[in-house]
Design a binder for this molecule. Structure first.
Ligand SMILES: *[C@@H]1O[C@H](CO)[C@@H](O)[C@H](O)[C@H]1NC(C)=O
Length: 833
């Protein structure tokens, strides 16, 4: 219908109607090329243009051609016999800061016979249908507006001067279709930096603004705020015409994201040529993408959005923030180095007394130079023969001995430690020497396997992670879909390929402090080994202090580094698919710390590396299932296994490894109960351990009940909470027992304890100020977004990264130095608890 119209007749009709128009040569001049344009119909066939053409329809609609003027609404009608064309002449300049907006409204146009509008300029064409329909014509909008892209951005060669807009309306309806047409001048089309513009949008009336970044600014933040909950799209497109401001096409170029109450997009000069962009806003016809609910937006719904462009960061700020953080960690390194050198020099000076200071950053004065042993010395392999068997071993506790299994597969079998193990370990008062009977070299190998396993697993686990996030980031950059990753959009700075560089970079603390910890462990091991060799030459050599097996310390260091790497990977594109990278090595850290703490007083009873890893892999598996499928059934199963694990572990700890889970367990428990009943004794053999384990079991149960009732959406964090709680409990117990057995806590570990408590407190505070949440929809997560808080570069979560890296480091140092007071205590006087 539209296609069959004979466009070349227009000037002649015009001449007939108004003679004056023909005098205005510009009408012809401008229209001329348009007339020569090959006109095609909807299906692409060329439309015959000759007057004498046999296809010429009998009832060609009569075009009514009128000159329109800006900002004056035109009311008229069309039907299948009559179409309308309006001309809007205007002066065009290449640097214009305004734009033309075309609005067509018709309450009479129907879906079967819509009002068809064609908008033409010298180099562009646009068409619209009224009513605009969505989701299979369920939603219908009678008023449609579009901003026209300024002509220069189609082609910079378009000359300034006279331009003409021509709008043609037609319909296939037999009845009159009334419409109103308004062509207006958008004078606030260009938004300036630090300016706010309020716009009203609907699903059929999008809003487009143009923005030019000022020089010397590295990036700006386009911040949109609204009081209405309706779902909208905010898009940034480069300054090429056409821009895409329709619901169906908005995803074609640039960046886009959904939002309800607030959001932001950071624009860098690098990602858009000269930092010139179009900002497109459009309301979604349904709220589905933002809230998940399928509630439709009414025809009349208008969303008011306040758009502000804020300068985000300059190049100087950027380098300051990055090198500032880096420099800070460098200072920590330098500080540790200076203290190490200081200690070394002092030790040299004191070497005449053979007094050495033991701890890494320790400045403890060597109070008793007459004691010639070096702290934390590890037992030599000759130790077993040296000490022979502790003469104070009481009568074997035959009653207990019969209850426990005689072999232990999870522990080592070493002949020298095996022969009277049952006797030794069932004493009520144990000393570390009783549990440090295995060959030193063997134990060393056994714990160093932890590091090797950890590194291997880290590589196997980490590489796919890096690969995955690399692809994720690439997809984000390629599609511009900013709903894929849950960033804090109000504080994310782009660098290289990274959309959110600050959150990746702020993990540097874990890596650097992890390396520092490894260096400290390495230094101490070297000193220890040397000192041990020296002291073995002395005559009355007796092993003192807690046997240090450095393998687990190394594993802790590596785990901290890996936590940094994986957390950085997670933050490349945080979402539901890769959440577990962030927590996986936290489980490892918690577990290794617990093992280390346990190993201190039970050197012989170290869980084997592969069993530990197997357990951890089960934990990670549970974590994944919990997040993906956290129904009631899952919780019941989880709680069952958690209680089982609690029971098994606490029994193992209670009996110190001389206990085995096998098919005779029930019989043994029963027998033991019967014996206790007959003997009428309900007093536990090891009250300290019993109370501690009792509290631990209770708290774990309490946590289970809490989980079952509350059902936290982020199961991974809940699981981590279980780990952390147990670690904390154990550390508390350990410290309490230390005090109970009248061991001193030196001021260095005390300092670390205070520091780690303080920094954990602060870290937790920042952790809970969540700025994003992948449990929600992308738009829901954006509601929590917050602006940067320090250096204009880091937000709360970055601070959490920094502070928690220190917290972990300090906690490590607590474990590392806690038993320094025992360095000169003979091992057979150190209590086991
Ligand atoms: C639109 O407004 C601007 C600024 O007021 C003016 O310079 C321009 O000529 C106007 N355009 C039209 C077509 O009226």
């Amino acid at each position: 219908m539209l296609g069959r119209r004979k466009l070349n007749l227009i000037p002649y009709f015009l001449c007939l109607i108004t003679y004056t128009l023909c005098l205005d040569a510009s009408v012809f001049k401008v229209r001329k090329p348009k007339d020569n344009l090959p006109v095609t119909s909807v299906n692409g066939d060329p439309v015959p243009v000759n007057a004498g053409d046999p296809w010429d329809p009998k009832h060609a609609p009569t075009p009514h051609v009128v000159n329109g003027s800006f900002d004056h609404p035109i009311e008229s009608f069309v039907n299948k016999d009559e179409s309308r064309t309006y001309y809007f002449p205007y002066e065009f300049s290449a640097d214009q800061s305004w734009a033309i907006k075309v609005c067509v409204k018709s309450d009479f146009a129907t879906i079967e016979a819509p009002l068809l509008v064609v908008v033409r300029q010298s180099v562009s064409i646009m068409s619209l249908n009224v009513p605009l329909t969505f989701s299979g014509a369920k939603l219908k909008y009678g008023k449609v507006c579009h901003t026209l892209c300024p002509l220069t951005n189609f082609d910079p060669r378009v000359p300034s001067g006279h331009e003409e807009l021509d709008i043609e309306l037609a319909s296939n309806s037999a009845d009159k279709v009334n419409f109103s047409l308004l062509v207006s001048n958008v004078t606030d089309f260009v938004i300036k930096t630090e300016q706010s513009i309020t716009v009203n949008i609907t699903a059929s009336i999008p809003s487009v603004l143009e923005y030019h970044m000022p020089d010397k600014v590295r990036s700006v933040l386009v911040h949109a705020v609204s009081k209405d909950a309706q779902c909208m799209i905010l898009a940034i497109q480069d300054i090429k015409c056409p821009f895409y401001d329709a619901e169906r096409t908005v995803e074609y170029k640039g960046f886009y994201q959904t939002l309800t109450y607030q959001s932001g997009i950071t624009i860098t000069r690098k990602s858009f040529k000269d930092g010139k962009v179009y900002i497109v806003m459009i309301l979604k016809p349904t709220n589905k993408e933002c809230s998940g609910s399928d509630e439709n937006v009414k025809d009349s719904t208008v969303k008011e959005v306040v758009l502000t462009v804020m300068p985000s960061i300059s190049d100087t700020d950027f380098y300051e923030a990055i090198f500032g953080a880096f420099g800070f960690f460098l200072l920590v390194y330098i500080f540790s180095f200076i203290i190490s050198v200081f200690l070394f020099v002092r030790k040299r000076r004191h070497s005449s007394f053979e007094c050495a200071s033991q701890s890494s950053i320790s400045t403890v004065a060597c109070s008793n130079p007459s004691i010639q042993t070096y702290g934390t010395v590890t037992a030599s392999s000759s130790y077993a023969s040296h000490t022979s068997v502790n003469p104070s071993v009481p009568e074997p506790l035959a009653r207990r001995g019969s209850d426990v299994s005689l072999d232990e597969t999870d522990m080592d079998k070493l002949p020298d430690a095996e022969h009277d193990k049952e006797v030794v370990r069932t004493k009520t008062t144990l000393y570390v020497s009783d549990l440090a009977r295995k060959k030193e070299k063997h134990l060393k190998e056994k714990t160093s396997v932890y590091s090797w396993n950890l590194i291997t697993i880290a590589i196997f686990y980490g590489l796919p992670v890096v690969q995955l996030v690399y692809i994720n980031q690439k997809i984000v950059n390629l599609t511009g879909n900013q709903d894929l990753c849950y960033y804090n959009f109000l504080c994310s700075h782009k660098l290289w390929v990274f959309s959110d560089f600050n959150h990746v970079f702020s993990n540097v603390g874990y890596v650097l402090l992890g390396i520092l910890f490894l260096l400290l462990v390495w230094r101490r091991e070297a000193l220890d080994t040397r000192h041990e060799r020296e002291s073995q030459r002395t005559e009355h050599y007796k092993p003192t202090g807690i046997p240090h097996h450095f393998g687990l310390f190394y594993a802790m260091g590596w785990a901290l580094i890996m936590e940094g790497v994986l957390s950085a990977s997670y933050h490349v594109c945080p979402n539901k698919a890769n959440f577990q990278f962030d927590t996986a090595f936290m489980y490892v850290i918690a577990t290794v710390c617990m093992l280390k703490l346990y190993q201190a007083r039970h050197p012989d009873i170290t869980a084997k590396s592969h069993s530990t890893w197997m357990l951890l892999s089960v934990v990670i598996f549970i974590g994944v299932v919990g997040v993906l499928q956290g129904g009631t059934a899952f919780w019941v199963v989880f709680i069952f296994f958690h209680i089982l694990a609690t029971f098994v572990l606490s029994t193992t700890i209670y009996y110190m490894g001389i206990w085995k889970l096998d098919r005779w367990i029930m019989r043994r428990v029963f027998r033991s109960l019967k014996m206790d009943l007959i003997a009428g004794s309900f007093r536990p053999t090891y009250p300290g351990r019993f109370v501690m384990l009792g509290i631990a079991v209770m708290l774990n149960l309490a946590l289970d009940i809490f989980g079952l009732i509350k059902r936290p959406a982020n199961f991974a964090s809940f699981l981590l909470g279980v780990f952390i709680m147990n670690l904390m409990l154990y550390l508390l117990y350990y410290t309490a027992m230390k005090i109970r057995y009248k061991e001193r806590i030196r001021w260095i570990p005390l300092m670390y304890i205070v520091l780690s408590f303080a920094s954990w407190g602060a870290a937790l505070h920042f952790f809970l100020l969540k700025n994003t949440s992948w449990q929600m929809t992308p738009a829901g997560s954006r509601e929590r977004n917050k602006l940067c808080v320090i250096l204009n570069f880091y937000d709360d979560h970055d601070i959490w990264h920094f502070v928690s890296s220190f917290s972990l480091f300090f906690s490590y140092m607590v474990l590392f130095t806690l038993d320094d007071d025992l360095e000169n205590t003979p091992r057979d006087q150190i209590n086991v608890f």
